[in-house]
Write a protein that binds this ligand. Structure first.
Ligand SMILES: Cc1cc2nc3c(=O)[nH]c(=O)nc-3n(C[C@H](O)[C@H](O)[C@H](O)COP(=O)(O)OP(=O)(O)OC[C@H]3O[C@@H](n4cnc5c(N)ncnc54)[C@H](O)[C@@H]3O)c2cc1C
Length: 500
């Protein structure tokens, strides 16, 4: 039992938990972040194999030019200058490779349009229409533009939640290749023809087109800086503290139980864990049944399989961009269709060797359904057996086979490789079925697939990728929405807008 009582206990040290912890500590709250693993960060975690450091999840972010939203947020939190960032290639931060034909996605709206028009000169109007729709989505959000909260802005952005991403792309043109190029990087939001709302496609693409950067010091650097900030402000970030239950007094939550043997007391609690996991820790009767059934019925986005290749020294030049590969123009639901033979496509990027123009490693991410590994779902890390090891090897080899089309000598230059499956993601981040981006948004039911920050329990709040959208953009905006329940939202927005 811990004697100390906190103003706010935050469960989970993913980006959402750490951002809330930092912002609320800055506001003078005494915060404590509890993380179940030995390493903080959730999807910001890194790991080391064969001398190379790999990111488990987040590796590139957008909007870090001076004045852009993440630049302003990082300025406000005094993060700039304390993490290593590398601007990706201006004329091609993402390279789309469709069956061997390459197309650059460039940074800056004008550059983006001009580059695409050079490949598709007859489709200039279509490209303009696409870019204008993207801009319109961004402009309609008060938050993304750091405007003071205005209900009209909110209503306008909600309207965008009911439009379909796929239908918008289909409506643009009959040119199948252009439409595939515009959406081949849809692994960034696990794009689904049937469900993905237009604003998700639009704002994630806006985010990177404005400016695209690699977290070159690894995602864990960001988590470490946020932890340091929290601690400098008198807060705590504690690892190996798995929250297993909430303890109630008559009215609300009094404490959380950690590792079955400790209690942490606070006035208010923020859960950064997946909401479907959080509600399982709450005793019956505290939440309304319809709320529980709605939350439980929500589907999660697909998971992923990652392949981490360690390269022999000086064999492969580092590339300062991402490559999104697809076997053909069929880029939606890329590994989620029975007719697709896995893998249908992948994202790949390299990590440079220190002070070298060569890469020390390559990371591949390819979407994978949880059902592919479900038979091992009762096992734990490192104890899943030989059949599982054989499965991982087979999938790794299939990805390497596909990459051989770009890089025929890949096997010769590979020193060793490591893999992560949906089970790895499930067990390292506590996300249901290892889902990449949490609860799937559905443009048919925008409000139903929306997880509110607040619920019936007076002192419990949610944050993280499930309450807004995922990724650096979505989770950061989600943290601001959560923090608005603890402070004046317009004051927070102003502080971020005016941070230097
Ligand atoms: C493979 C992959 C690549 C990605 N690449 C990018 C990218 O390049 N750019 C980008 O912007 N986004 C990317 N994303 C998305 C981004 O990483 C996530 O949206 C974001 O990091 C999620 O943050 P979060 O705060 O919601 O939670 P999470 O990162 O899921 O963290 C939740 C934390 O809660 C902890 N926890 C869970 N249960 C408990 C418990 N009971 N007690 C205590 N702690 C608990 C977990 O251990 C974890 O640390 C990627 C995601 C994946 C999977």
């Amino acid at each position: 039992m811990t004697d100390e009582k906190y103003d706010i206990v935050i469960i989970g040290s993913g980006l959402g938990g750490l951002l809330c912890g930092n912002i609320l500590a800055l506001e003078g709250h005494k915060v404590c972040v509890l993380e179940k693993h030995h390493q903080i960060g959730g999807n910001l975690q890194t790991f080391k194999r064969d001398g190379c450091i790999f990111d488990t999840g987040m590796h590139y972010v957008g909007c870090l030019n001076k004045g852009e939203i993440i630049y302003q947020l990082y300025s406000y939190l005094n993060i700039l200058g304390r993490i290593d960032l590398q601007k990706l290639d201006i004329d091609g931060f993402d390279i789309i490779d469709i069956a061997g034909d390459e197309y650059n996605l460039a940074q800056g709206y004008d550059n983006f349009s001009a580059t695409l028009k050079s490949y598709f000169p007859d489709e200039a109007d279509v490209i303009d229409k696409y870019v204008n729709e993207l801009k319109d989505n961004w402009d309609s959000s008060g938050f993304l533009n750091l405007r003071d909260f205005n209900p009209d802005d909110f209503a306008a952005s909600l309207e965008k939640h009911s439009a379909s991403a796929y239908e918008f792309i289909e409506s643009l043109s009959d040119n199948e290749r252009l439409k595939a190029v515009l959406t081949c990087n849809n692994g960034l939001f696990a794009g689904s023809k049937e469900k993905t709302p237009l604003y998700v496609l639009a704002n994630i693409n806006n985010f990177f087109i404005k400016s695209a950067w690699r977290l070159s010091g690894g995602g864990s650097q960001l988590a470490d800086v946020l932890k340091e900030n929290i601690e400098n402000l008198g807060g705590k970030v504690l690892t190996k503290k798995e929250v297993v239950g909430f303890n109630f007094n008559e009215k609300d939550i009094e404490s959380v139980t950690v590792n079955n043997n400790e209690k942490y007391y606070a006035d208010r609690f923020i859960s950064n864990t997946h909401p479907q996991v959080t509600i399982d820790m709450i005793e019956t009767g505290r939440l309304r049944k319809p709320f529980i059934s709605r939350l439980k019925s929500l589907k999660n986005t697909i998971s992923s399989f990652s392949l981490f290749l360690v390269l022999k020294k000086d064999t492969f030049k580092h590339i300062n961009h991402n490559v999104y590969y697809s076997k053909d123009n069929n880029v939606w639901d890329i590994n989620n269709k029975p007719e697709h033979i896995w893998p249908h496509g992948y994202l790949m990027y390299t990590t440079p060797a220190p002070n070298s123009e060569f890469a020390e490693s390559i990371t591949f991410v390819s979407m994978m359904k949880f059902s592919d590994v479900e038979k091992w779902s009762d096992t734990t890390i490192e104890k899943r057996g030989d059949e599982y090891k054989a499965f991982k090897k087979e999938k790794a080899e299939a990805l390497i086979d596909l990459f051989e089309k770009r890089q025929p000598n890949i096997r010769e230059i590979t020193k060793s490789y490591y893999t992560a499956t949906p089970l790895t993601y499930r067990d390292y981040t506590g996300t249901v079925e290892g889902s990449m981006y949490g609860i799937e948004k559905d443009y048919h039911h925008p409000l139903k697939t929306f997880v509110p920050v607040k619920n019936k329990i007076p002192n419990l709040y949610f944050t993280g990728q499930n309450i807004n959208i995922h990724g650096m953009l979505g989770v950061s905006m989600g943290a601001l929405i959560t923090c608005a329940y603890f402070m004046d939202l317009n004051k927070l927005i102003k502080n971020i807008r005016e941070a230097e």
